[in-house]
Design a protein around this ligand. Sequence first.
Ligand SMILES: NC(=O)c1ccc[n+]([C@@H]2O[C@H](COP(=O)([O-])OP(=O)(O)OC[C@H]3O[C@@H](n4cnc5c(N)ncnc54)[C@H](O)[C@@H]3O)[C@@H](O)[C@H]2O)c1
Length: 336
Amino acid sequence: MKLLITGGAGFIGSNFIHYWTHNHPNDEILNIDSLTYAGNITNLASIKTNKYKFTQVDICDTEEINKIFKDFKPDNVVHFAAETHVDRSLDKPDVFIQTNIFGTYNLLEASLKNNIKRFHHISTDEVFGSLDLDTADKFDEQTSYKPNSPYSASKASSDHLVRSYAESYGLPISITNCSNNFGPYQHPEKFLPRIITNLIDNKNIPLYGDGQNVRDWLYVEDHCRAIESVLLNKSTIGQTYCVGGNYEDISNLDIAKMVLDIFNLDDNKIEFVKDRPGHDIKYAVNWTKINQDLGWKPKYDTYQWLEKTTQWYIENESWWRPLKTEAEQFYAKNNQ
Ligand SMILES: NC(=O)c1ccc[n+]([C@@H]2O[C@H](COP(=O)([O-])OP(=O)(O)OC[C@H]3O[C@@H](n4cnc5c(N)ncnc54)[C@H](O)[C@@H]3O)[C@@H](O)[C@H]2O)c1
């Protein structure tokens, strides 16, 4: 395969490139990323194979994107690049609209012109909006879209665009809507790395509202395995798959307590802060379809891999320390 990966120097994209170069060493990869504050090329510094290349480019730059498709001639596109932080989308939605919608459009156009065999779009369960706290319902491939933040609305728009390029022009697409990921190389502005790095710094853990918001958690390598199973199976073209974790109904407060337990600390480190607007109360994902069609299921135990992820942040302070300063300035500016 010749894979064009977008956003490969971010959290999930870089984990995916590590995973793919390890498991498919004969495939060629071109990683394109504009390296925003969220992209960090050192994530991939240990990859030495000459089958992997990187080019710094903005997916919104039509001319450059066309040139990349012409020169590299990918057969598969795996599209991770996006603005991804909900809080930043509340502060400055414009770049989310630009990258997540226009950038995706640009890649779809280039894919169409270059007869790509597969355009795989990485999306989120946040496009479905929020479930009631006391419901046993879960999101699945039939759930209607009801995004509540500029981030999730821009991702929902990109999903619709991708789908429309299949329906209108016959572009061979697939989409995965995944729940919250955790693992190495996640920016310390995000919920879990922020908790871990705050505790390393002996600071409190800020939790929005009463901390009862429920999320579905998946170790990032399980997400990479899910994308792999979709990409390697031709019959998945045109399909959408929901991807999620093993544990039922973990609240943000539960996650905070799990991490406190790993650090051997008690709950007085938890600090409840003013809730953010449009904060979804509950996400839960039904991943029956990908399990039945492709045999995928999560492999990694959430608690065990939370411990390993915590250890990774303890051992890689030089990676996150420079990023944390700016992230905390952002939160301070927004009184969080
Ligand atoms: N993190 C999660 O829990 C999660 C869950 C489900 C789906 N997703 C989706 O997975 C994808 C990757 O998420 P992530 O958490 O790794 O994000 P991230 O913020 O860590 O990385 C995003 C990457 O995209 C790059 N990028 C941003 N704008 C760009 C542009 N205009 N041109 C080129 N590159 C650009 C950034 O530099 C960065 O490297 C996103 O599409 C996100 O919506 C994330």
